[in-house]
Design a protein around this ligand. Structure first.
Ligand SMILES: [Zn+2]
Length: 205
């Protein structure tokens, strides 16, 4: 979903998004909640789990102006050909793109399809006009970070102080920027004094 105008969706907090991402990982790759490792993007895409777990069709197309898109109406996730190839060569950006689209399905499919099938108007606005927590693109990026760098394993990294940002990025096969933003999010949670029990709750999710 890379158009300028996007549908305004219901507000979602980062905590809610963390939980949704972990519930998805528990169903698909529970080991990723235990120790830091890359989300197996190519394997996931090729395995049919998109249909099996998410009940979406999927495909590869030559897209001129987008890396990928999620068609909620027809329940279909499409990757641009070079993104699909990037998954197979371990390209962090390709992996983030797949995780972003998966997050759209996890977070927005029911809500948007409900509106489509009840003939409710999708209120589309430029992203700059939407409050962050109601911006589906912000939510999908937060979901992608949560899928690729799950909290329970982040906690281990931070507790053990074994990895710097470059090493962390390599461990999860994400970009340095994505690792930096994720680490900043951790600091933000700490500054708001989210209690350790909160993290404990996440690990048992
Ligand atoms: Zn999107």
């Amino acid at each position: 979903m890379n158009t300028n105008k996007v549908p305004v969706v219901k507000a979602r907090s980062t905590v809610e998004i963390e939980y949704k991402a972990m519930a998805f990982l528990k169903l698909t790759y529970p080991d990723l909640l235990k120790k830091p490792a890359p989300f197996p993007g190519a394997g996931f895409f090729d395995s049919g789990k998109i249909t099996e777990i998410l009940n979406y069709d999927y495909g590869i197309e030559n897209l001129n102006d987008a890396e990928a898109y999620t068609d909620f109406d027809n329940k279909r996730l499409v990757l641009n050909k070079n993104v699909y190839e990037g998954l197979h060569t371990g390209c962090p950006r390709a992996l983030f793109t797949l995780a972003h689209e998966i997050s759209h399905i996890i977070l927005h499919s029911n809500e948007i399809r409900y509106r489509i099938f009840n003939n409710c108007q999708l209120n589309k606005l430029n992203r700059s006009k939407i409050i962050t927590y109601r911006d589906p693109e912000w939510q999908a990026n937060a979901g992608a970070a949560a899928l690729l760098m799950p909290w329970p394993t982040m906690l281990n990294i931070i507790k053990e102080k074994k990895l710097n940002l470059f090493e962390m990025a390599t461990k999860y096969n994400v970009s340095y920027t994505a690792a930096s933003i994720r680490m900043a999010k951790y600091d933000e949670y700490l500054s708001k004094k989210k209690p350790p029990a909160y993290f404990g709750g996440l690990t048992s999710c």
